[in-house]
Design a protein around this ligand. Structure first.
Ligand code: SAM
Length: 256
């Protein structure tokens, strides 16, 4: 297999989703970091409306719901994730304030000026950071907030292997200063930017390594699954080798 060319998006969606079902989170992140980002948001009350875009099964949405007032709508394009989201909201007693809906982040089911806060962890890359920030802005009230995580380069002196890997998956990956400038250019006041700790990735890859073992057994003899497994392991291996060069940053902005 050509590791430089193949990435997770080349695989059958149902294979990807079956791999990620039954987990609290579908990407790197943690309740502590979600709460840290929430600490920068002002002015929410019982009438506030919040959207969590690319919410997955709602790991971070439930943390938000338990720690702030208002109504939260989680949006994800994968129906099985939304089904699990709504079960999670019920089991945590949050179903009166948190609901999941199937939807596309490129065509959100909200009215203009309806939202007080847009949240999105590990998901805006699906539409692109700049495009997402611009397209979602109209749904916020004046002075509303946006908080997203985005994979970001920490250094300019990047080895070719890691540069080529991320160029092939997400060429929009950029440095911190450029991401902040893009946020400002999209019509937001950059309020805060912070780095998520390496443990959000190492914990995620530890879970992934275990899950890959059972996934391998479930898909014994399936060449597409073997390719998927190799790709996932390669990404984790690259992270352990090059973690000082990139990682997730939270970017928090206020609509200007
Ligand atoms: N926010 C969750 C978390 O941090 O655990 C999930 C992150 S996961 C890496 C990215 C999510 O984006 C997936 O749940 C995927 O189904 C969703 N997604 C991908 N493309 C989408 C789209 N066009 N519209 C809505 N959701 C999308």
């Amino acid at each position: 297999m050509n590791k430089e060319k193949q990435n997770i998006h080349d695989f059958d969606l149902s294979m990807i989703y079956s791999f990620f079902s039954n987990t609290e989170r579908q990407g790197p992140g943690s309740p502590e970091e979600t709460l840290k980002a929430l600490g920068f948001i002002r002015g929410l009350d019982e009438r506030s409306k919040i959207a969590d875009i690319g919410c997955g099964t709602g790991g971070q949405t439930m943390v938000l719901g338990a720690n702030m007032p208002g109504e939260i709508v989680g949006v994800d394009s994968w129906p099985a994730f939304i089904e699990q989201f709504n079960k999670n909201a019920r089991s945590k007693g949050l179903h009166r304030r948190a609901r999941g809906v199937v939807g596309d982040m490129a065509d959100l089911p909200f009215e203009e000026g309806e939202l007080d806060l847009i949240w999105s962890e590990g998901a805006i890359y699906n539409i692109g950071f700049e495009r997402g920030l611009s397209a979602w802005r109209k749904f916020l009230k004046p002075g509303g907030y946006i908080a997203v995580t985005e994979n970001t380069w920490f250094r300019g002196d990047r080895p070719g292997e890691i540069q080529q890997f991320w160029d092939s998956i997400y060429p929009e990956m950029d440095g911190i200063a450029n991401k902040v400038a893009q946020m400002q250019d999209a019509g937001y006041l950059p309020v805060a930017t912070f780095m998520l700790p390496e443990t959000v990735w190492t914990d995620y890859y530890t879970w992934q390594a275990e899950r890959l073992k059972s996934f391998q057994q479930e898909h014994e003899g399936n060449p597409a699954a073997a390719g998927f497994i190799e790709t996932m392991r390669y990404e984790a291996e690259l992270y352990s080798k090059y973690m000082q060069y990139y990682g997730y940053m939270f970017y928090i902005g206020k609509k200007l």
